[in-house]
Write a protein that binds this ligand. Structure first.
Ligand SMILES: Cc1cc2nc3c(=O)[nH]c(=O)nc-3n(C[C@H](O)[C@H](O)[C@H](O)COP(=O)(O)O)c2cc1C
Length: 337
């Protein structure tokens, strides 16, 4: 069924297809339990407790797909073991001009330069409150991914992140701190030791016991990568997410490409290399969440063998379709006693 749907969706501009797919998911949300035998795999062998939270399976939705935090319950109903909503910023913003998502089907890749379009943390908190009050809330862990508003200068970044965290705290099982998107000018400078320490220490204090995870870029060399990981540990982060999209165009044929972050199959091995380095630096002191180029159970195993406790998918979900979490879970079960 998805190959046919994909043919139609892939004829549309990627962002239009994205809105259409999310709109349909929202409309059909009440019917999703009927599809549970296809979409969901429940098995105690898949369950994991990581940074104090219980995950029904280790396959998560990566940040950036549910940018308004519209569908927390639907992500559970389509089989994810956890979902990360956002990136949200303190101020509502439009993001970069369109077009801002580009497909490269032969390479199973995407380039995006979205720039965090979102309704702003306060508005999102009101929407999430309503969903919770109406009972449209999942039992899977929900991550809230926060970033810096474009108009906020870097020197005021801490206040900006704290404002988002404050509004969204009641809806977060964990927070993901995004300092690694390539699409907000200057954002990646917050990965440097001094500003990073200030930001993470303030956030860990603000969210009082909720796990705070740092999401890293795959474009850091080993030295700044180790520094960032060390800072995250000393600031009290509960884990690291490895990785965001890359500025590299490796894996794509020679040519001119739009600015933005590259994701998908061509990112996989680079993200795994960075995961291995982070795993070496952190020596098992905190759990790692792996993301980047996961399409198959082999890819999940590669990440787990490289130090990940949990994984997330984005581009693979677009290319492989809604049964991907269930397929990955079934394949993982084959390996388990
Ligand atoms: C269109 C698009 C939008 C994204 N938006 C965000 C975002 O808002 N925040 C974030 O932390 N990561 C964002 N990401 C990065 C993904 O969460 C993920 O880290 C990256 O795409 C690598 O995983 P993948 O190869 O499975 O896509 C985005 C990725 C894509 C393709």
């Amino acid at each position: 069924m998805y190959p046919l749907l994909k043919k139609i969706l892939f004829r549309l501009d990627p962002e239009t297809a994205h809105h259409l797919a999310l709109g349909s998911l929202q409309a059909f949300q009440p019917l999703l339990p009927l599809l549970a035998p296809v979409l969901r795999v429940s098995d105690p062998r898949l369950e994991k407790t990581v940074f104090g939270l219980k995950f029904p399976n280790p396959i998560g939705l990566a940040a950036g797909l549910d940018k308004k935090g519209q569908l927390p319950l639907a992500w559970e109903r389509v089989g994810f073991g956890f979902a990360e909503l956002g990136t949200f910023t303190a101020k509502a913003q439009e993001g970069n001009p369109k077009p801002r998502i580009f497909r490269y089907p032969e390479q199973q890749a995407l380039i995006n330069k979205m720039g965090f379009p979102n309704p702003g943390a306060y508005e999102v908190s009101q929407n999430l409150k309503e969903l919770k009050e109406k009972g449209f809330w999942p039992s899977i862990p929900i991550g809230i991914n926060i970033g810096k508003s474009k108009v906020t200068p870097l020197e005021k970044a801490v206040e900006d992140y704290l404002e988002s965290a404050d509004y969204l705290k009641p809806y977060a099982d964990y927070f993901a701190v995004n300092v690694s998107s390539p699409n907000t000018p200057g954002l990646r400078q917050l990965q440097e030791a001094k500003p990073l320490k200030k930001l993470l220490t303030a956030l860990v204090r603000e969210v009082k016991g909720k796990p705070v995870l740092l999401k890293l870029a795959p474009d850091l060399e080993d030295k700044p990568l180790k520094e960032a990981a060390d800072v995250a540990l000393s600031a009290g982060c509960a884990g690291l997410i490895v990785t965001n999209t890359t500025l590299s165009r490796q894996g794509l044929p020679k040519g001119h490409y739009p600015e933005g972050g590259l994701s998908g199959a061509v990112l996989r091995s680079k993200a795994t290399q960075v995961l291995k380095s982070v795993s070496k630096f952190t020596k098992g002191k905190v759990p790692l969440v792996a993301v980047g180029g996961i399409f198959t159970a082999e890819d999940v195993r590669e990440k787990m063998d490289s130090g990940a406790s949990l994984v997330q998918v984005y581009t693979g979900y677009i290319y492989e379709g809604p049964t991907l979490p269930a397929r990955l879970c079934r394949a993982l079960l084959k390996d388990l006693p």
